[in-house]
Design a binder for this molecule. Structure first.
Ligand SMILES: [Zn+2]
Length: 573
């Protein structure tokens, strides 16, 4: 049962936002912002109350946006849901953006007059200063256009289906054929999927071209040379710079790509092939049938609940409650948007998980991952300041990826011992693959936005050369150029959340650190994990990592020993 989100009890009674307000009505919402803008403040105490009221309004709006987004992604082919979401981002979001900026300015002015606790408001203040610095009124309409184009990307991808084996499949549903032992079946499923994607190739390229122009313009309007520098500020990346990302690319090329090649070479030998083709990468190399951890989504839910409980009783209870409240929508069906995500209903202060589960090993890992995000939202639900009730993305993904590793220790709930080691081996190989893929995607985006005037053809060529740099040519793509050069089209982040990707690598390295430490003492690591999560976004990144007992660092110094540990794990299996 999916929840009627509007029925969820709020974490706290509203005291500023009226009960009857229609949060999709821009006029009503603007009225509340104006009240906050006009309010006279005479003391630190009144300023803190003002911040609480602002938080309440932010949470109410955030929840409204989330509900509309969730409803739409659960059924992208329902025009009413699409329309309601569109209405919100076309009307409410742009109407409040300039007012948010005015509130930020008022906050800075007031906090100079009525001093607040420095440590408590340090992170809040620096984010606001940065937002003020990059805000431009003329960018609001451009940002709305980008948001609408993002939504078009969802619709285009959500509508993609393939007729295969006489049945219509969503693209996530096609993934199961890539695990089939019969190479012809695999190849034809892969080709059918790739052909379906390339059918929309021009549409997606056009969409991206438009986004690129808009994003570059937004950056220039805000006084930046390119969108990369702008986006680092917009994402509040205060603790690292584009240069650090480039160092990461170099470290991956040197330390991780050789491992990745080793893994692929082992696979090639085991499969007894002269070369690996793109459809040979996911099947079991020893010809065993695919792991089938569950048939029905309800088995997935009850198994993962047991895994969480074994990891930590409190976390198990939290997951159970989410299920009871209807906060899980996990099965794949036509019209549902691709992928998986966790979203937080900011007034209820409850998490929601969205997935496209079809009965694969990866589904169990995904649910562990999104479960980690959900625990994060619950761990900082007590925080009174809305802005502190979510962490920075570089730490959010530690919450989720660490849960894949720590919770993953109990995957025997689904498997026998042989299957356990297969699943673990897959997971660690995936981690290596992901560290490489992040470098590819990140490197590509740096190039795109540093060279905004490139042509489509140059973009394809650059993509292929970056693939080559990071070991992509170890797989034989001959005669598949058309598919290879558009491979990035399937990476939602490039379209919807540009530059949001390096976080996965930074956080994976954090999660691996926790996994290493857990070998020496699990209870301690879980306590530190929860401590880190409970801080939400109230402290700078290095301190969040420190609270969780790990180091915020993604240089070769951190990568090298962790890769050695992963190698040991892979050889033991
Ligand atoms: Zn995540």
């Amino acid at each position: 049962m999916i929840s009627d989100f509007y029925q969820l009890p709020r974490y706290q009674q509203r005291s500023f936002v009226p009960e009857q307000i229609n949060l999709s009505d821009a006029k009503e919402v603007v009225g509340l912002f104006e009240q906050l803008l006009k309010r006279a403040i005479h003391s630190t105490k009144e300023l803190e109350q003002w911040l609480k009221d602002r938080s309440e309004l932010q949470a109410a709006l955030d929840q409204q946006g989330s509900i509309l987004y969730i409803r739409m992604t659960c059924q992208t082919d329902d025009p009413k849901r699409v329309q309601e979401y569109k209405h919100f981002i076309e009307n409410v979001v742009p109407a409040i953006k300039p007012l948010e900026d005015k509130l930020n300015r008022k906050y800075l002015e007031l906090s100079n007059k009525f001093p607040l606790d420095k440590r408590r408001y340090e992170v809040y203040g620096r984010a606001i200063q940065s937002d003020i610095k990059i805000f431009r009124e003329e960018n609001v309409s451009l940002q709305t256009k980008v948001a609408l184009l993002s939504q078009e990307y969802q619709t285009i991808c959500g509508a993609m289906t393939v007729i295969f084996n006489d049945a219509e499949h969503t693209l996530p549903q096609m993934a199961k054929y890539f695990l089939e032992g019969d190479p012809h079946l695999r190849e034809s499923a892969w080709r059918a999927t790739a052909q379906r994607r390339t059918k929309d190739k021009n549409k997606l390229d056009e969409l991206f071209d438009e986004m690129l122009i808009l994003r570059h313009k937004i950056a220039v309007n805000a006084g930046f040379q390119n969108f990369c520098d702008y986006q680092f500020r917009a994402y509040h990346r205060f603790d690292y710079a584009p240069e650090d990302c480039k160092k990461y690319h170099a470290a991956v090329e040197k330390i991780v790509v050789p491992l990745w090649k080793e893994i692929l070479e082992k696979r090639r030998q085991e499969m007894n092939l002269s070369v690996l083709r793109p459809w040979d990468l996911e099947v079991d190399p020893l010809g065993r049938p695919p792991l089938k951890p569950f048939e029905e989504v309800k088995e997935l839910i009850s198994g993962v609940e047991k895994m969480f409980t074994k990891t930590d009783v409190e976390l198990g209870k939290q997951f159970q409650e989410m299920n009871q409240l209807g906060l899980l929508d996990l099965s794949s069906r036509k019209g549902k948007a691709p992928g998986g995500y966790q979203s937080t209903l900011a007034e209820a202060r409850k998490p929601f998980i969205f997935m496209n589960a079809v009965g694969l090993d990866g589904d169990v890992r995904t649910l562990l991952h999104e479960g980690g995000h959900a625990f994060h939202a619950l761990a900082c639900a007590h925080e009174s300041l809305y802005d502190y009730r979510h962490g920075p993305m570089e730490f959010n993904e530690v919450a989720s990826m660490a849960m894949e590793l720590l919770g993953g220790e109990h995957i025997n709930i689904f498997y026998n011992p042989d299957e356990v080691s297969r699943s673990n081996q897959n997971h660690f190989e995936d981690i290596i693959g992901t560290l490489v893929w992040v470098a590819v995607i990140d490197c590509f985006q740096h190039w795109i936005y540093e060279n905004p005037r490139h042509t489509r053809e140059q973009r394809y060529q650059k993509w292929l050369s970056i693939r080559e740099r990071f070991g992509g040519s170890f797989i034989d793509w001959s005669d598949l150029d058309e598919f290879h050069k558009t491979l990035w089209h399937r990476q939602l982040h490039i379209f919807e959340v540009p530059f949001y990707y390096i976080e996965y690598a930074i956080a994976q390295l954090g999660a691996l650190q926790l996994w290493q430490k857990a070998k020496r003492g699990k209870a301690e690591v879980l306590a530190a994990y929860k401590k880190g999560l409970s801080l939400g976004g109230s402290r700078p990144l290095p301190e969040l990592y420190q609270a969780a007992g790990i180091k915020f660092d993604f240089s070769s110094q951190t990568i090298s020993p962790l890769m050695e540990a992963v190698c040991r794990e892979l050889r033991v299996e």
